[in-house]
Design a protein around this ligand. Structure first.
Ligand code: PSU
Ligand code: MN
Length: 305
């Protein structure tokens, strides 16, 4: 297995010294945000994590290896290149065998993080059950991964490009706990609330860490979602964003966008239709998640010692 995994020097040293590590995904860089904001955000998020006493590990597939921690040049390359595959669970083996470049989704990042012994992973939003999934069967592999891989995912909830109610039902069936950080309701990415409740409200990072520890001590396999609402000042107006999402969904349908292209298409469309405002919100919420994720990683590390 080791032949497929390369740790950056920073991550290797952190693990040797028993320092907490936070995983970060690369699909958000290659397919979730435009250049150069993607690379700039990735760098800033890494620095936020370092400033809080943890070590960032951005994960991607390159040269037949799972890279745990990217160099500055690699981050730049994943931000600029147009030939990077969106890599989910099904794609990992093929991309490694053919030495192609892959940007890992939430699902694939969870797999790689677990292989590297990393328990905490920060991102923006997760995939879920798409609207109309009862006919399209478009359900993100992220949900299956959360059901079976022991990594906690800190996100700002899920966007209403998804069916949030069905996503919560799916997670319930799979036994994935959804914790709301200082909130009773599921945040909807660009906005702080939705009409759905989280499973548990948790007000501090220590309680989140001890909940994760209890779950894994008991060998209850699978991850957990920690839903962290976007800061008030960065949130978008609910009516505006809902209109934009409706429009984006309509265009996706008209253009027959399918499979793995759906989510990147909708993200780019929403950005275009909001004149870039959605991108600003997206950047702000990822940074906010990095702060919480680093605190959880530090707490969990103390509990594990
Ligand atoms: N949501 C976002 N930004 C993203 C993604 C989701 O706000 O970049 C990415 C993540 O990598 C997530 C993936 O794992 O999209 C889900 O894709 P799909 O719906 O095709 O499973
Ligand atoms: Mn899909």
């Amino acid at each position: 297995m080791k032949q497929y995994i390369t740790l950056s020097e920073e991550v290797r040293a952190a693990q040797e010294q028993g320092k907490p590590v936070v995983a970060l995904e690369s699909t958000i860089i290659s397919h979730g945000m435009p250049y150069p904001q993607n690379v700039q955000t990735a760098r800033e998020v890494e620095q936020i994590i370092r400033d809080l006493g943890a070590v960032p590990a951005t994960i991607a597939i390159l040269d037949g290896k799972i890279k745990i921690g990217l160099s500055d040049e690699e981050l730049e390359m994943f931000g600029q290149s147009t030939d990077v595959a969106k890599a989910s669970r099904r794609d990992l083996a093929y991309l490694l065998a053919t030495k192609k470049k892959g940007a890992t989704t939430v699902a694939a990042t969870m797999i790689c993080a677990e292989l590297a012994g990393i328990q905490v992973f920060v991102t923006g939003g997760i995939g879920g059950v798409h609207r109309g999934a009862e006919t399209s069967m478009d359900i993100s592999a992220d949900l299956e991964e959360l059901a079976q891989t022991n990594v906690a995912v800190i996100c700002a909830g899920a966007k209403s490009i998804l069916d949030l109610g069905l996503t919560m039902e799916y997670l319930e069936t799979k036994g994935v706990p959804v914790m709301g950080y200082q909130t009773d309701v599921l945040p909807a990415f660009y906005t702080r609330s939705s009409q759905f409740n989280v499973n548990f409200r948790v007000d501090d990072a220590e309680t989140i860490a001890s909940t994760l520890k209890a779950k894994w001590d008991l060998n209850i396999k699978g991850g957990a979602i920690i839903a962290n609402p976007i800061p008030e000042e960065d949130a978008m107006d609910e009516a505006t964003i809902n209109n934009v999402i409706e429009q984006a969904l309509k265009e996706a349908e008209e253009q027959h966008i399918k499979g793995k292209d759906v989510t990147p298409f909708l993200l780019a469309k929403v950005k275009e239709l909001t004149g870039g405002k959605s991108l600003e919100s997206n950047i702000a919420l990822v940074k906010n998640n990095a702060v919480l994720g680093a605190k959880i990683a530090v707490s969990l590390d103390l509990l594990n010692k």
